[in-house]
Write a protein that binds this ligand. Structure first.
Ligand code: BGC
Length: 372
């Protein structure tokens, strides 16, 4: 159960942590326009309008999948898509959004590299009458975001924390267990939420001595992986092993996603250490293979098809001048407002349930079946 707001922490630069506001501060009904006032929503817009989709860098497979799904899905729905990656970083993404505004996009869907660096651009989008939807990652410290569509990020973290515990217990029924903690990139609004979700499960076990973080690095800021880059996670794991695990057993590692899980496992492998329980997220092909081979322990299934389809459903409502459906108006406080959200449920996947979890995904199901 979520007992507190997924109040988001913030830009690494500002190192500002927002606390206290959020959950419970908005018990009202679903809001179509939010406090930022959407002028475009009530009127609707022509069916073939330009829809901008600003995606971040290709830091995991889900983003790559989203590109194709948005292009195809938007065209099929009659819209004119403008889907862009910002591999060059924040300023490229800022320019892309500005240019979508200039081209007259009616809705701009943003998967932010840094959710706190797009205030000027989304302000311009709103001033032009466009609706702004935060996709997968929340936009922070701005009133100019109307909706959020994502998998429940806090739940993702909780599932990862629980999987770490379950995996270690299945291997060695009694603790204490030696673990290390990894988090995602601090500029990504999701990273802190994933970590907080996991710590919601792990903290009591650290407190009662079941878990021991041997390095002592239990803070988000100590655990982060800049840019979600595999090499950064691998380097940190190398350092953690040589400083703490030359003669101590490592039982488990909390990894926030699959790319980092594989980097962590590579580090352990190169150090000649036994394979610990390592969590993940995204159901990336290489990680599903690794799980079926009994190496990586778990991943999360966040079906990108469903997330893109839900976004397009929201766009279709906006196009008609209707309020898009949301199912959470309390949890995602971006620092200045609670953003009405449509949250999809993430699913934990281990070797044990992979077949059912990927029943509708031919690519992943083939990997599961091939592994027998
Ligand atoms: C997404 C994750 C992904 C990570 C790195 C996050 O914002 O929610 O699914 O692993 O970005 O790309």
């Amino acid at each position: 159960m979520r007992t507190f707001a997924k109040v988001l922490a913030v830009s690494a630069v500002a190192a500002l942590t927002l606390t206290g506001c959020g959950r419970g501060s908005d018990s009202g009904t679903t809001s179509g326009s939010g406090s930022g006032a959407t002028s475009g929503a009530a009127a609707g817009f022509p069916a073939n309008s330009l829809i901008g989709v600003a995606l971040p860098q290709k830091t995991s497979e889900n983003w790559v999948l989203a590109e194709g799904l948005f292009n195809d899905g938007l065209k099929k729905a009659g819209f004119t898509p403008d889907v862009q990656f910002a591999n060059g970083g924040v300023s490229e993404q800022q320019n892309q959004i500005q240019s979508m505004v200039t081209k007259g996009a009616k809705v701009i869907v943003v998967g932010a590299i840094d959710g706190s660096q797009l205030g000027t651009q989304v302000k311009a989008a709103k001033a032009s009458g466009a609706t702004v939807i935060a996709y997968d990652r929340l936009l922070l410290n701005t009133n100019d975001v109307d909706y959020y569509v994502a998998f429940d990020n806090f739940k993702v973290g909780q599932l990862q924390g629980q999987a770490l515990l379950d995996g270690m217990k299945a291997k060695k029924p009694n603790g204490p267990y030696n673990i290390e903690l990894f988090a995602g990139s601090p500029d990504d609004a999701n990273a802190k939420v994933f970590f907080d979700g996991a710590m919601d499960i792990l903290k009591p076990k650290i407190a009662d001595g079941t878990l021991k973080v041997v390095s002592g690095q239990t803070d988000f800021n100590q655990a982060v992986t800049q840019g979600w880059k595999a090499e950064n996670a691998q380097k940190r794991m190398d350092t953690l092993i040589s400083a703490n695990y030359t003669s101590t057993e490592l039982d488990g590692v909390l990894s926030p996603n699959d790319t980092l899980a594989r980097a962590i496992l590579q580090s352990v492998n190169q150090a000649g250490k036994p394979v610990p329980i390592v969590t993940g997220q995204d159901s990336e092909v290489e990680s599903v293979k690794s799980i079926m081979a009994g190496v990586q322990y778990s991943t999360i299934n966040k079906d990108t098809n469903k997330l893109v389809a839900q976004t397009i459903t929201m766009l279709q409502a906006l196009q008609k001048g209707d309020k898009p459906e949301t199912n959470d108006t309390k949890s995602y406080n971006n620092g200045v407002k609670v953003v009405p959200a449509f949250l999809l449920p993430p699913v934990i996947v281990t070797k044990a349930n992979a077949k059912e979890a990927y029943a509708n995904n031919p690519t992943l199901l083939a990997i599961v079946n091939a592994a027998g």
